[in-house]
Write a protein that binds this ligand. Sequence first.
Ligand code: FPP
Length: 239
Amino acid sequence: MAKPTHIAIIMDGNGRWAKARGLPRAAGHRAGVEALRKTVRAAGDMRISWLTVYAFSSENWARPKAEVSDLMGLLKLFIRRDLAELHQSGVKVLVIGDRENLASDIKVLLEEAESLTKANTNMNLVIAFNYGARDEIARAARKLARAAGEGRISLEEVTPDVFETYLDTAAMPDPDLVIRTSGEQRLSNFLLWQAAYSELVFMPCYWPDFDQRKLAEAIDIYSARDRRFGGVAPQDVAL
Ligand code: FPP
């Protein structure tokens, strides 16, 4: 099978990576940002058109205050330090998630990253930040209900194709491949609508150990899969 157009990654295991080395969790997250940098470059080299990364979930607010502020700081650092390189490499940055309740300096940075890179066409990097799929779906339903209430859409017009235009990912292709590191085998509220037919690949390594080779390995596993989207494989049609 052809290489995936869209790869989405649950970058899990920073904390365990740090613990295994007797380091604080913050060191794991810092190493996680390094792995993210390498992975974006590797995906660009492999001509992957879309890469979505789960950087902060709407449930991550439940972590200790210091860790939350650490993750916020790392996002700011990532954008401040890497935006110029991303832009130079022709990467378009997009952000999904609920932006309303984020600190204003973060909102400004996210908007700056999107507006600076909006005309780039080499690759799309989607950062899921303060993202939760149930929250995204509920926000979409709210927008749709408002449109219906104001008579801009009729109930008969509400189909899956129309519904998804209200999601944060409107106009983005669904992920072909979802990778989760650290050995956990669940989606944890990530792209629940969009991953309906995605191939899921779970890798045992912790996120800070992810690199170009691991990405190539996940793509090889994906390529060996048989995607049928609820239908039958073409070679089995006559059977
Ligand atoms: C999971 O590790 C990872 C996260 C909660 C956040 C992912 C964040 C990064 C890769 C670095 C930050 C990058 C940006 C751009 C903000 P975990 O802490 O759940 O690990 P554990 O399950 O081993 O404790």
